[in-house]
Design a protein around this ligand. Sequence first.
Ligand code: NAD
Length: 491
Amino acid sequence: MPTNELLNFVGGAWRRSEASDRAAVRNPATAETLAWVPLTPADEVAAAVEAAANAFPAWRDTPVGDRVQPLFRLKQLLERDIEELARTITLECGKTYAESEGELRRGIENVETAAGMPILMQGTNNEDVARGIDEHLFRQPLGVVAAITPFNFPGMIPLWFLPYAVASGNCFVLKPSERVPMTTQHLVRLCEEAGFPAGVVSLVNGGKAAVDALLDHPLVRAVSFVGSTPIAKYVYARATANGKRAQCQGGAKNPAIVLPDADLDMATRILADSAFGCAGQRCLATSVAITVGEAKDAFTDRIVEDARTRRVGFGLDEGVQMGPVINPESKERIEGLIATGEREGGRLLVDGREGSVDGFTDGWFLHPTVVADADPHGTLARTEVFGPVLTMLHAATLEDAIALANDRAFGNQACLFTSSGAAARAFRHQVRAGNVGINLGVAAPMAYFPFSGWGESFFGDLHAQGRHGVEFYTETKVVIERWPDDWSRRF
Ligand code: NAD
C-alpha cells in the first residue's frame, strides 16, 4: 500500500480503505504521481452512509442557528488556507493558480450564502384558512444525501452542495472525482476543524463502484451529481429508480454570438478567456462562436491573434495563461475531434496540436485551436470538446444566429456580444439555454441564483446553489390546525 494513499472520512474518523484497487493522481503538467486514491468498495461506502444516518437524528434536532456556526468557521478556514488549496488544485487539475483561486472564491460564496439558512429554510403560513383554522408549511431535512463531483472544479463544485445540505439539517456524503481527490481531502479536513459533529460530513473516494453503492443504498435520500452527460443520465435514472431525489448536471456545448455592433476588442478578450481559460475544461466554456454580418473578419483576426499568443504552461509559473488538459486520454480525444472537424470541411486557423511547452515534455498540453468554416451540423460543432478549441460559424442575421445557437441538445449557456438593448432582449427571450450572458463569456450565476442548465445539460428539477439547493435538500410538511376557543377559556 503506497504511503501517500488518500483516506476516507467516515463517522468523524479518517480511515484507510481496504480497497484492492487504487488509482494514481497525476500532475497533468508533468505526469508525476502525486498520490494514490483508493477505489472504495461498496461495503465501506455503506459504512459511511450508515454512520451518516446515525448522526442524522441529533443533527436534525440541532437548532438551525447552531447548525450554521461551523459554516462561519469553515469560511474563515477556507480563507486561511486559500493559497495552499489553490496550489493543490493547480497541481492535480492543471489550471493556472489564478483560476484555482477564482474557483475557491466562488465556492466560499456558497458557504456564505448557506450561512443564511435560518432565513433560507423558513416556511410560510396563513392564519384563518377557514374560520379558526391555521395552516403552516415547514421545511425539514431529508436525512443522508450524497454528492458525486467532476474533475474540473475540485474546490468549487463540492461547495455547491455541502453547505446547503448540512445547514438545512442533512448528513452529507461526498464522492469526489478520483482524478482530483487531494483538494477534497483538504476541504474535508477543514470541515472537521470547523467542528461539524461526527458523521455530518463524510468522504468516500472512488469510482463507479462507490457511485453505484451510493445510488443503491436505501438510506441515501438524495443525490447531487455533476459530470458528463452520459453519466449524468445514468446517475439520474438509477437514483430515481431507487426512489431518491436527484439533480444531475451534465455536459455542454456553449454558443456565443458576436454582432457587428459589439465592442470587438472586449468581445475577443472575454471570449478568448471563455474558450481557452481552464484549457476549455469548464462547463461554461464557449465552444462555438457565431459571427453575424461584418463581425466575421474583424472578430476572426482578433481571436486568431489571441489564440496564437496565449501563454501555455505549468499553472504555477508566472505569466502562464493556460495549463494542460487533465490526462492523455483527454488530449487524444480532443486531437481526434479537431481532426474530425477538418474532415468535415473545417479550416484550422490555429492548430493547437502543434505547440509544445519547454521543460514540460511529459505534460498533456494542447495549445488554443481555432477552426473556421466548420460544418454547423457536423460532429465538431455539436459535440462537447472540453478542451481549448473554438469552432467559428457565421450567420447573416441575428435571427439565423439564434437558430444556429439553438440547434444543439445541450442548454448550459449561451452568450451575446452587442451594444443593442433590443438585440439583447430578443436573444435572452429566444435562446434555449438556462444560463445566459450578455457581453459576458462565462455566465456563472452567483451562489444565490440557481445554476440553471437546460436540455442535455441537466436532469432533474431543482438546480444547485441558492434557494434551489435549500428546496432540493428539504421536504415540505404542511400542518393545518384547529384550537377551539372554549379550550382557552379553561385557564
Ligand atoms: P465524469 O462524468 O467522467 O465523472 C463525474 C463523476 O462521475 C466522477 O466522480 C466519476 O468518478 C463518476 N463516474 C465516472 N464514470 C462513472 C460511471 N460509469 N458510473 C458511475 N460514476 C461514474 O465527468 P468529468 O470528466 O469528471 O467532468 C467533466 C464533465 O463534467 C464535462 O462533461 C463537463 O461539461 C461536466 N461538468 C458540468 C457542469 C455543470 O454544471 N453542468 C460543471 C462542471 C463539469
